[in-house]
Design a protein around this ligand. Structure first.
Ligand code: N01
Length: 545
């Protein structure tokens, strides 16, 4: 992997001025840089907190970290040469391979010369008189820019629960989303893992194999579908390359940006035997596509219950100990109402002798002690604690930037009751600020690279049109944002998605966070049509001058 950093911070220099500053060098920041610099000819700088590019995949290096979208479509679609030159080795790429891919793309497009690593944005404020943003970094640098574009991802603000006594723990602790690049040696260690979301479910089988003993602290039992990861054959690579146009056409025309279509069948309109055969086939094929087995899994309680029942039966076939099985069986929410994980041997892990499961509903954590974790029942002695406790999703990464819009209005204030955006792209009173995959856009309900490309393309067209029309300022109108928030709520309420009380889609995993369903659930293709229509209407809902 190429790791060279081209730009190093220059302290105490006069403010650097740019046409656009992009915050973050993951999938979205890299593509946005390419579009603005290489297509519009703008003077652009990317500021990246990490010591390397990759965004999510720079930070998430925990054992077992891999993507749960399939490799052949968890990648960019905008460049034919890159598409034809790159080969994925596995069905679900590991974090190392995704970093290699992003470095490969960056090198091909010569992006690194405009990316400044090790540069964390401390704050940014809009100046009404100059129509410019002033960006300040933790390292003391100042930048001025006409357009400020956040490419910080939806899941980049780690959520470490505030357990009393963590500072006293004599062992080591880590959050999965901030994993040390040098790795962690678990050999001979007693490890505690808190959290059983997508991350914890990927992590547990690997930790169980590497540690002396693994204690998993579970608050909510989860569903999971087998990933069925495997190597990709050269024949499959060739076939995908030949068919890429069709892959992308299908991905863009669907609900979730995946190149498979939702079944047209209802789960309750078929016979029991037909339903079982369809679920069984989907279970054997593995992966997130299980959700597409029937059209109403996320729209109708009865249909959802058939999927939930099927998975519960599968868990019962795997887990041998009846007491553990009871704890591991999800009953408080329907399948896929929370983001469903996929796994490689998760439930099988509980058949091992060196794994224990603590049900935090029965014995909540009281404190972290010098020696480990104390629940209401007992103290568990541990050498290492791993927090697989997720993220302050959607709003967390943006609020941490300390953004101040027109006349000193802070984003924290604007979003005090939850995020209010127009299309997830702009927030009223924050002129010239674009949020790639911001709250109110399909983002995490979608295959992320597809959602990112759509946003970056829209932003690029918008800036191009402004420049062509001699405009320098764009701001979402408050009424347009209000109406969009209503549409986001209506789209969510037409599904079962808001029903999982512990879902991070609702911000429920972070104590004190407003409970608002944040992504747009009306479908990716529909969302794209809405955005395109707004472009054609000469930017309805945006005030431009
Ligand atoms: O986070 P989560 P994640 N005490 O929020 C528990 C994406 N992803 O990192 O359910 C005890 O889903 C919490 O319990 P509960 C994917 O979109 C993608 O696993 O809130 N437990 C839950 O079990 C995914 O959905 C890939 O009751 C506490 C867990 O911690 C998203 O990232 C791979 C707690 C957190 O689960 C987030 O997944 C991995 C507390 N105080 C992840 N606080 C790809 O392949 C939280 N928990 C692309």
């Amino acid at each position: 992997m190429t790791t060279q950093s081209i730009i190093t911070p220059t302290l105490n220099a006069p403010p650097h001025e740019f046409d656009a500053i992009i915050i973050g060098a993951g999938f979205s920041g890299l593509y946005q840089l390419h579009k603005l610099r290489d297509e519009l000819g703008l003077n652009v700088r990317v500021l990246e907190k990490g010591a390397g590019i990759g965004g999510t995949w720079f930070w998430n290096r925990y054992p077992g970290a891999r993507c749960d979208s399939e490799s052949y479509y968890y990648c960019y679609s905008f460049n034919k040469e890159i598409e034809q030159a790159w080969s994925w080795s596995e069905r679900y790429p590991e974090h190392t391979e995704i970093r290699k891919y992003l470095n490969f793309v960056s090198d091909r497009l010569d992006l690194k010369r405009d990316i400044q690593l090790d540069t964390e944005v401390k704050s940014a404020a809009f100046n009404e008189a100059s129509t410019m943003w002033k960006v300040e970094t933790v390292g003391g640098e100042t930048f001025l820019t006409r357009f400020l574009i956040t490419a910080v991802g939806c899941l980049s603000a780690a959520n470490v629960p505030k357990f009393e006594g963590l500072e006293n723990f004599k062992g080591d602790w880590y959050h999965t989303g901030n994993w040390p690049p040098e790795g962690v040696d678990f050999a001979g260690k007693r490890v505690g893992q808190i959290g059983t979301g997508s991350t914890g479910i990927q992590l547990a089988p690997v930790l169980a194999g590497r540690s002396q003993h693994l204690t998993i602290f579970q608050r909510t039992a989860n569903y999971s579908i087998p990933a069925r990861n495997r190597s990709v054959t050269p024949e499959e690579v060739d076939l995908t390359r030949k068919n890429y146009d069709d892959v992308w056409r299908r991905a863009r025309s669907g609900t979730n940006g995946h190149p498979f279509t939702m079944s047209s069948l209802s789960a309750i309109a078929v016979t029991d035997a037909e339903r079982r055969a369809i679920y069984q086939k989907a279970w054997e094929r593995g992966g997130l596509r299980f959700r597409a087995s029937f059209k109403d899994i996320l729209a109708d309680n009865k249909a959802n219950e058939t999927a939930s029942d099927f998975i519960r039966e599968k868990i019962a076939e795997i887990v041998k100990n009846p007491e553990l099985l009871e704890k591991l069986t999800p009953r408080d929410h329907g399948f896929a109402t929370k983001r469903p994980p996929i796994d490689s041997g998760y439930f099988e892990t509980f058949n091992r002798d060196n794994v224990s499961l603590i049900d935090l509903k029965a014995e909540p954590i009281v404190q972290v002690t010098e020696k480990g974790i104390r629940t209401t029942k007992q103290e568990y002695e541990l050498d290492i604690i791993v927090f697989a406790t997720g993220f302050d999703a959607f709003t967390g990464p943006l609020l941490r930037l300390n953004l101040t819009g027109s006349h000193g209005y802070a984003l924290k204030e604007a979003w005090a009751a939850g995020p209010r955006t127009y299309l997830g792209l702009q927030t009223p009173k924050f002129p010239n600020l674009f949020t790639i995959t911001g709250p109110g856009s399909p983002s995490v309900l979608c295959n992320m690279p597809i959602a990112i490309e759509q946003h970056v393309d829209w932003i690029t067209t918008c800036i191009r049109d402004m420049r062509a029309q001699g405009l320098t300022r764009i701001e979402a109108e408050p009424e347009a944002a209000e109406q969009w928030v209503e549409q986001v709520n209506a789209a969510a309420n037409a599904t079962l998605l808001p029903m999982a009380s512990s879902s991070w889609y609702l911000g429920a995993n972070v104590p004190g966070k407003p409970r608002v369903f944040m992504p747009y659930a009306g479908g990716f293709a529909r969302y794209t049509d809405i955005c395109n229509d707004i472009t054609k209407s000469n930017y309805r809902g945006f005030a431009r001058s």
